[in-house]
Design a protein around this ligand. Structure first.
Ligand code: AMP
Length: 501
């Protein structure tokens, strides 16, 4: 094989459909080969050489996805950036990653140039940008640069919910081994049509969804963003959908989300954030589908998945995937804990990244001597091997010397009548160190007061787990992948107990 990842991603026949785009354009695998070839020539014209980083912050389009493949073909390292990042944030990433080229949306060209990097533009909706203009003058065939399994294919910055984002270095082997295994595990074939409404700057939409589809020679209905009505309209043409939990919480509110409209689907997958058991049940009630929940992260790709055949258990992320070793340990000693006990989730396998870009100390701190990566997620495993995520280790609350796992308190609050959802956080408190605090979204006409909730919880939870204060909000702050931003909540309410400090 000359280019380990690219070659595997493009074995489908030329005429096979790759993308059915929201604007009506249909691109085949032949188009992908030609487009990525032209773009790879254009990158070379911009001076990109094997091993260089190419940072990309563009709107979602088939061309933007072909650019990822072109960078890989050119032997360079693909570095996608969230479209929401501001100039100040970009300055950090560009300084840290030192890309040879930064590809951005035409509207951000001047802003990008001010950051002192080489800039090319790639647009959508008729605004082509200079990269595609240059590519269109290039030959479509390109001799892919030789890359082996241990060469870097991508650097993905973590979402940085705690502290600065770190660049996770992923090799051709990391990406290909995980995607190949998932393609088989979730039974993707060239007959599949996946609804793709995820962003492509994040591992979920970029690698899990797009790589699996390409490996299978399947096709995607490609949408610029999630829109419940548009997704619903596309469903009769699709066989599978991959989404974050928000997709499903929105879909269940659509009157047409039912057995008929979802009849052609064989698989609904959820990940990137916890899917409420209630949503899982609601989808099953309305459509007859058991959503398959899986767990992964930027650094490791996918680690666990509920089974394709067999029970998909709500509130769990399933057993470890083939080729992934997973253990749950006492965070302090690193010793495995018995089944059913909460501990730190650690993983090892071909899926696990090579470390953080230019951060040897942080890398060393997150790996054990025997090669296991410390995920930072707390979880427990049952006797059947199913893993449940309890939350991020950094979200654990220590109050008066006791450990409180937010998920346990959230589950009790969410079960109360009139509550839509909740986020439980620890806030600085003079007496307890941290005080358990609940941020709650109530149903529109619900009338419970703070004290009603606290007294309802009193009979369900040990006193030290019971929230000291309840804050009602209209909605919880979430990032684009549907993760509740607890660090932001902690910051917003940092002074709540200041008078006790
Ligand atoms: P990211 O690197 O942005 O993909 O975020 C990875 C983190 O998302 C993991 O470390 C988990 O904390 C969380 N996560 C991913 N999938 C799930 C899931 N199915 N349930 C709960 N948390 C999840």
């Amino acid at each position: 094989m000359s280019n380990w990842l690219y070659d595997a991603l493009t074995t489908a026949p030329d005429a096979a459909l790759w993308i059915d785009n929201a604007d009506g354009r249909r691109l085949t695998y032949g188009d992908l080969r030609a487009l990525s070839g032209r773009l790879a020539h254009a990158l070379a014209d911009y001076g990109v050489e094997p091993g260089d980083r190419v940072a990309v912050q563009t709107d979602k389009s088939p061309e933007a996805l072909a650019l990822y493949m072109a960078v890989v073909r050119a032997g360079a390292i693909y570095l996608p950036l969230n479209t929401a990042y501001t100039s100040t944030e970009l300055a950090y990433f560009l300084e840290d990653a030192e890309p040879r080229l930064f590809v951005c949306a035409p509207k951000r060209r001047d802003e990008a140039l001010a950051l002192g990097v080489a800039v090319a533009t790639l647009g959508v909706d008729g605004v082509e940008g200079d990269l595609l203009a240059l590519a269109s003058k290039q030959p479509h065939s390109f001799q892919s640069v030789r890359r082996g399994p241990d060469d870097l294919a991508a650097i993905l910055y973590t979402s940085g919910t705690t502290g600065r984002s770190k660049g996770a270095m992923l090799t051709h082997r990391n990406l290909l081994s995980n995607s190949l295994m998932l393609k088989n595990f979730w039974r993707f074939t060239s007959d599949d049509v996946l609804i793709h409404a995820l962003p492509i700057y994040h591992t979920h939409g970029l690698f899990v969804a797009s790589n699996i589809v390409a490996l299978a020679g399947a096709s995607m209905i490609f949408m610029p963003k999630f829109d419940a009505a548009a997704v619903l309209a596309a469903m009769p043409r699709a066989t599978a959908i991959m989404g974050v939990p928000t997709f499903y919480t929105r879909l269940v509110q659509e009157p047409d989300f039912n057995r008929q409209t979802t009849a052609s689907l064989r698989l609904m997958i959820s990940g990137s954030a916890p899917l409420l058991a209630e949503t899982h049940q609601k989808v099953a009630e309305l459509t007859g589908h058991a959503v398959l929940e899986r767990y992964g992260m930027t650094e490791t790709n996918m680690n666990t998945s509920n089974p394709y055949d067999g029970s998909r258990i709500a509130g769990t992320v399933g057993p470890a995937l083939p080729g992934v070793e997973l253990r749950i340990v006492d965070p302090a000693s690193g010793k495995p804990v018995p089944d059913g006990e909460i501990g730190m989730i650690e993983v090892k396998g071909e899926n696990v990244f090579q470390g953080y870009w230019r951060q040897p100390d942080k890398t060393a701190a997150e790996f054990r001597a025997d090669g296991f990566f410390i995920t930072g997620d707390l979880g427990q495993r049952d006797a059947q091997g199913y893993v449940s995520i309890v939350g991020r280790g950094k979200d654990l609350i220590i109050t008066g010397g006791f450990n409180v796992y937010p998920k346990e308190v959230e589950a009790e609050i969410d079960a109360l009548p009139g509550v839509v959802e909740s986020a439980v956080i620890g806030l600085p408190h003079g007496d307890f160190g941290e005080a358990v605090t609940a941020v709650i979204v109530a149903e529109p006409n619900a009338r419970q007061s703070e004290s009603d909730i606290v007294s309802a919880l009193k009979i369900r939870l040990a006193a030290f787990k019971n929230p000291k204060r309840i804050i009602f909000v209209d909605e919880l702050p979430r990032n684009a992948m549907g993760k509740v931003q607890k660090a932001l909540l902690r910051q917003t309410y940092a002074k709540l107990y200041a008078e006790q400090a």
